[in-house]
Write a protein that binds this ligand. Structure first.
Ligand SMILES: NC(=O)c1ccc[n+]([C@@H]2O[C@H](COP(=O)([O-])OP(=O)(O)OC[C@H]3O[C@@H](n4cnc5c(N)ncnc54)[C@H](OP(=O)(O)O)[C@@H]3O)[C@@H](O)[C@H]2O)c1
Length: 252
């Protein structure tokens, strides 16, 4: 039987590239996202190579998530790798100008959604045992504050600490946990953050060399396929052409 990876946010960016990377190496894939047509498209692309199961689900819906995991067909039941990738940033403006609804959406997706899927799959991953992995997609925004990062960065700080705390509890089960913290990457992320402002999204990536979804997919695959006795706790990855900056100071 093929190894099985379950990937959330598989309709775009890192998630879609990760689905392709695992499928290229013969893994069965379970793909989760809200956009059915994107899931269908990816299924058509990959199903000649490997078994593909698509689940059009919102990770914020805990009941739908736990039902779907409980009802996984036998051929997809024994998941070995969970890639908790679904997530988003909204409200690039300062905190004092942000809509409360946008804060809620980020918390509900990046925090609640991630724990919903993790909780539903933990018994399966523990049953899989040695070599199983939970790979959570955090962000450099979870470690380094920046203007407009407010709730998004805070949700990614949650992802880091949740990953580390899970490791403590899963000690002895063989299940590994990794927080992958990317820097600037060219996906639909900025299009979502700016609510469809293509020019703002293009401008962010123009004239530099951001990470590509395939770069992160390769790291996810690497972490998932290391020998079972190795746990990468965290991988922080930036483009060579991105770095930190000095502190800001308010002056008279
Ligand atoms: N790009 C970057 O610079 C960057 C840097 C660091 C970390 N990240 C993180 O990387 C992850 C992937 O982002 P990306 O850059 O690949 O962005 P993306 O291209 O916008 O992809 C985001 C994915 O998340 C899914 N998603 C969003 N809300 C969802 C929900 N409620 N339920 C199910 N799926 C949902 C989207 O699918 P549907 O819309 O079809 O549901 C989409 O497949 C996110 O967690 C993001 O925070 C991105």
């Amino acid at each position: 039987m093929n190894d099985i990876a379950l990937i959330t946010g598989a309709t775009s960016g890192f998630g879609r590239a990760t689905a392709r990377r695992f499928a290229d190496s013969g893994w069965s894939v379970i793909l989760i996202g809200r956009r059915q047509e994107r899931l269908d498209e990816l299924q058509r692309e990959l199903e000649d190579k490997v078994p593909v199961l698509t689940l059009a689900l919102d990770v914020r819906d805990d009941e739908a998530i736990s039902r779907a995991i409980a009802d996984l067909p036998d051929a997809f039941r024994q998941v070995k790798v969970l890639v908790n990738n679904a997530g988003l940033a909204l409200a690039p403006q300062p905190a004092q100008e942000a809509e409360l609804a946008d804060w809620h959406t980020m918390i509900d997706t990046n925090v609640t959604g991630l724990v919903n899927v993790t909780h539903a799959l933990l018994p399966t991953l523990i049953d899989t045992g040695a070599g199983a992995s939970i790979i959570n997609i955090g962000s450099v925004a979870g470690k380094f504050p920046y203007p407009g990062g407010h709730v998004y960065g805070a949700t990614k700080a949650f992802v880091q600490q949740f990953s580390y705390n899970l490791r403590c509890d899963l000690l002895g089960t063989g299940v590994r946990v990794t927080d992958i913290a990317p820097g600037m990457a060219e996906t639909e992320f900025t299009l979502v953050r700016t609510r469809g402002d293509k020019e703002a999204s293009d401008a962010l990536y123009r004239g530099t060399t951001p990470l590509q979804p395939e770069d992160i997919a390769e790291q996810i695959f690497y972490v998932a396929t290391l020998p079972a006795h190795i746990n990468i706790n965290q991988l922080e990855i930036m483009p060579t052409r991105q770095a930190w900056s000095k502190f800001a100071v308010d002056r008279d």
